[in-house]
Design a protein around this ligand. Sequence first.
Ligand code: GLV
Length: 329
Amino acid sequence: MQKVFVARPIFPEVIERLKQHFEVDWNDGPPLSPDELARRLADKDGALTAGDPVGAATFAAAPRLRVVANMAVGYNNFDIPAFNAANVLATNTPDVLNESTADFGWALMMAAARRMAESERWLRAGEWHGWRYDGFLGADVHGSTLGVVGMGRIGQAIARRARGFAMRVVYHNRSRVAPEVEAELNAEYLSKEDLLRQADHVVLVLPYSPASHHTIGAAELALMKPTATLTNIARGGIVDDAALAEALREKRIAAAGLDVFEGEPSVHHALLEVPNVVLTPHIASASTATRRAMANLAADNLMAALGVGPRAGRPPNPINPEVIGKARA
Ligand code: GLV
């Protein structure tokens, strides 16, 4: 029987599905170090990960490993050239999380704009002694300009919601989206700099890569309106967190909503000290239904890549399909 390893705690029913086809070992505790992960993969044919770094050192320690299925759409934790060199298939879980993640991007943006976390902390601290006309004044979302950086599937789902809020939608992306998509979303393409100058609420939804490292740093924050908000539901590292904390402290922008952080699960101490930021622990896709769909899709990919189940040999979401059918190197 082939052996698989599940690197993070996961829905028990997904373990049961995998057990129908494989000998299953899993980590029910905190994330493993890369060395510990490699050790657990030594005799495995496949793995299901969620953000765990995987690359050449993993493959050197795991000669039978043929597939690693990431339970996430982003896969910057995978060294894809190393996967290709070893002929190991990488898969991810796109699409099933688009709408839940877009909902959450809106929730964070609105919480930042309307100061929900900040005012709740104040209320809980017993500071509320009566209604005031100027209590926690924030920025309107309706009728304002939404700036989406990264107009992929999630970015488009965010932009689509803006119609109900009568917003102007501007976006920046590596390349312009098709004219019919621009027309459907009523979205106008701008350079990154023009978007930052014009948007009232900037939402980041682009994939992380060395090219997108610090897409937003001190120079970019300086272009934004002092009344603007910045929301990051993409990846830590896309924003220079130290520069953002400084801009928030000096009120050079009004507020931020952050679900992802450089070096998470640690959070830059300066972000923890400023009141005008809403901080959540990487949960944008975390509705029960969506996390269940992601787990099952990762399992579908793992099973198909290892030749079992209804899609045997045809995994739905290969990242490097060119290695399918090649012997492990
Ligand atoms: C979560 O961050 C994902 O990439 O799915």
